[in-house]
Design a protein around this ligand. Structure first.
Ligand code: AMP
Ligand code: ZN
Length: 467
């Protein structure tokens, strides 16, 4: 098993080899907590989650860090608008972010450093850059001189002639066409209100880019394995992160740069500025299942754009339901027969899944193999050709896949005693031809997320609450 990852730095699929043995150090650019994240943002976090989970599935030990940007131009603007402190403002959205990642079954990172708690580390890097003659002071702050870093542009492959060295840009977000010296430190400005730090660099606040250099290196060391984020972060954010980090340490910063493509709406990037966004809450209010939303976000290859529609969430709901129904069916098998072909089919499917995932996390191919397997096995189940021990092996296989996918029902789906009693009471009512009572119980169960199916073999139940 050899994992290959597309590295934005080299623009090639490379064999993944951690710096040290089986230990992987991974950093993902986290949320700017100035509003509720939209599901485009969550595509980035789900993609990162899938990569991390697959690394673990493959036997790596992963140390994962995701920062919280709780000070930058946007958060300060938001706090000022609401006339509350930056902390009160950002903590509200930080909490919403943690609630949302739990809802989406995104595994928690090992550390979530906050920018406001790492200003000391940021000033240390800036001091080093000043000492190395790469940063300079101007009237409104301290800037990184891009002409002094020979490798500037190596990630985004920006042509150096296009870069406008010597011209300065103060704002955190800027476009590719305007590559300038960028702000590492912003001297205090009255618009910052009460957001400032008194440091050796003077009174002011850090620029956005330096935050990720400081927090990643603090938590993972100067040189680490994977740096992930959305494709829009390649320039300027990640280009600047590399420049600041490598110019201050004179060491390579991250080995693999992994970027996910955007979630689109009608062909345009889902974004706050275009107003074409959905928050997770918007979708939950429409009663979409969170596991289906997760499935939708993970189901396309991370380097492919994905168009969001309500129909696509419905299709994802069907896919998740199919997988969960399959698990329920397997758990109900009681036959003592043994299917001699099953071992081979399981091995084949496992290999296909792993080969697809090893190929730059090609999850859409991996999923197609899983569904092919589900289809074939369902036919065997219908033909009575699967025994309970075969079923156990299949369940193990599916649970192994789900360590990566995270879309199956987690808790043991045994019916509670109360629900069992209700199903029995309905059976009695039916036998007594008291159909009104039987229907009433059926509706009662439906409200609790249990759907009944009357079959020749007797009554079967199915959970609709697969969260
Ligand atoms: P932000 O909070 O704006 O810094 O964005 C957080 C993460 O979401 C970054 O990795 C962005 O690149 C990513 N992102 C933003 N919009 C989208 C989108 N429409 N599709 C996928 N990722 C996105
Ligand atoms: Zn970042």
């Amino acid at each position: 098993m050899t994992l290959r990852l597309y590295n934005t730095l080299t623009r090639e699929k490379e064999i993944f080899k951690p710096i040290k043995g089986k230990a992987v150090k991974m950093y993902t650019c986290g949320p700017t907590v100035y509003d509720f994240a939209h599901i485009g943002n969550f595509r980035a976090y789900v993609c990162s989650d899938i990569l991390k989970r697959y690394l673990k599935y493959s036997g790596y030990k992963v140390k994962h860090v995701m920062n919280i940007t709780d000070v930058d131009d946007k958060t300060i603007k938001g706090a000022n608008k609401e006339e509350i402190s930056l902390k009160d403002f950002t903590r509200k959205y930080e909490k919403a972010f943690f609630d949302d990642i739990e809802t989406l079954n995104i595994d928690r990172a090992d550390y979530y450093p906050r920018a406001t708690e790492h200003v000391k580390e940021m000033t240390e890097i800036i001091k080093k850059l000043l000492k190395n003659g790469i940063a300079y002071k101007s009237e409104d702050g301290i800037y990184f001189d891009i002409s002094k870093f020979g490798d500037y542009g190596k990630l985004s492959h920006a042509k150096l002639e296009g870069l406008e060295a010597g011209k300065r840009v103060r704002q955190d977000q800027y476009e590719k066409e305007h590559a300038h010296d960028f702000a590492l430190w912003k001297n205090y400005d009255s618009e910052d209100g009460d957001v400032f730090w008194e440091t050796e660099l003077g009174k002011g606040r850090p620029g956005w880019h330096i935050e990720c250099s400081a927090m990643s290196m603090k938590c993972l060391g100067k040189h680490f394995d994977i740096h992930a984020g959305g494709i829009d972060l390649v320039f300027p954010h990640h280009e600047n992160e590399i420049a600041q980090s490598e110019a201050s340490t004179r060491k390579k910063f991250a080995n693999y740069w992994v970027h996910n493509e955007h979630l689109l709406v009608n062909g345009q990037k889902m974004s706050k500025s275009l107003g074409n966004f959905w928050t997770l809450r918007d979708l939950l209010n429409k009663n979409f299942n969170p596991k289906a939303i997760r499935y939708l976000l993970l189901s396309a290859h991370y380097r492919m754009q994905l168009n969001f529609t309500e129909e696509s969430v419905k299709a994802a709901e069907n896919a998740v339901q199919r997988l969960n129904d399959f698990m329920i069916r397997l758990k109900e098998i009681r036959d003592n027969i043994k299917n001699e072909e099953m071992g081979k089919l399981i091995q084949k499917t496992k290999k296909e899944f792993e080969e697809a995932m090893d190929d730059d996390i090609n999850i859409s191919i991996a999923l197609s193999h899983i569904f092919e397997f589900v289809k074939e096995t369902n036919t065997l189940i219908m033909g009575g050709k699967i025994g309970k021990n075969d079923a156990k092996e299949i369940i193990k296989l599916m649970e192994g896949f789900d360590k990566v996918l995270g879309v199956l029902v987690e808790k043991d789906e045994k019916l509670s005693q109360d629900l069992k009693k209700l199903i029995d009471e309905r059976e009695i009512a039916r036998n007594e031809k008291n159909f009104a009572k039987a229907d009433e119980i059926r509706n009662q169960l439906k409200e609790k997320g249990i759907v009944l199916e009357d079959t020749k073999e007797g009554v079967r139940w199915k959970s609709t609450n697969y969260t």
